[in-house]
Design a protein around this ligand. Structure first.
Ligand code: URA
Length: 263
């Protein structure tokens, strides 16, 4: 039997449709236009993908494939950041891409000593195609400025920023474990190619993905190791917006980062 859909889930689905631009009913019954024969794209390949840019015609994901193994293969084949971005854009197994306006790959200086890994794009990031540009991103910029760093600085004081997921989850829901598992090979390759000295893991999701454990309020400020380099778990700026009293902890962590960079 079908589970009843909660009013909250229905509302979230409607809001998502509105955000996608579906604000007018043009027929009595739903019609899956992607399933019409003239809209079926040929088998997915890098050649029928526009990368980067707005998610355009959806790709048909070949069935009976292990999406994580495919992600590992495609990520490993990428020899530089541009190729990795193109590989992500050509990856057809993560359905988040279907609801996203843009693939949000990175911002800042890829040669920076510090690489920040967040969770996933929100609405503003999805629109702009850049990570951390909404309210939380603006707070992140102010936090970095407080220790003399920014995404636009010269390499010595610059940061490079990405997320575990490159596409916005609908209604900003939490990422599903399968989505994280599919994207992790790309994130790991991203880190290997950028090769930062230090990783900053923003929030629980980044810690779960790259350290294999969660509990950010306990983990924050305690240096760990991820992808063969020092990693600092920090409170996510979105959390700090909700819990301003925690900014004291974030300040302590920023000072710890600054001290490590000077050491
Ligand atoms: N939160 C994130 O984790 N990443 C973004 O890009 C924006 C908000």
């Amino acid at each position: 039997m079908l589970e009843p859909i909660s009013p909250a889930a229905l509302r979230a689905a409607l809001e998502w449709q509105l955000e996608m631009g579906c604000d007018e009913a043009i027929g009595e019954a739903p019609l899956n236009r992607y399933a019409l024969p003239d809209r079926m794209p040929p088998a997915a390949s890098a050649a029928n993908v526009t990368a980067p840019g707005p998610a355009s015609a959806p790709m048909v994901a070949p069935a009976a494939t292990d999406p994580v193994a495919e992600a590992e293969r495609m990520a490993a084949e990428a020899g530089d950041l541009a190729a990795l971005q193109a590989a992500l854009a050509a990856y057809p197994w993560c359905d988040l891409r279907l609801g996203a306006r843009n693939l949000v790959f990175s911002d800042g200086d890829p040669a920076a000593r510090v690489m920040i890994v967040g969770e996933a794009p929100g609405r503003e990031e999805d629109r702009a195609g850049r990570p951390f540009v909404g309210q939380a991103g603006q707070l992140l910029d102010r936090m970095l400025a407080a220790i003399g760093m920014s995404r636009d600085s010269e390499a010595r004081d610059a940061v490079y920023i990405t997320n575990v997921l490159p596409w916005r989850p609908p209604s900003n829901r939490d990422p599903e474990p399968e989505e994280t598992a599919m994207m992790l090979p790309f994130v790991r390759r991203h880190i290997a190619l950028a090769d930062p000295e230090i990783l900053v893991l923003m929030g629980n999701h980044a810690c779960g993905a790259l350290l294999g454990r969660k509990g950010i309020t306990r983990m924050r400020g305690h240096w760990a190791e991820a992808e063969g380099r020092p990693a600092l778990p920090m409170l996510h700026p979105a959390y700090l917006l909700r819990q301003p009293a925690a900014k004291r902890d974030a300040w302590a962590d920023l000072l710890s980062l600054a001290a490590r960079l000077r050491a």
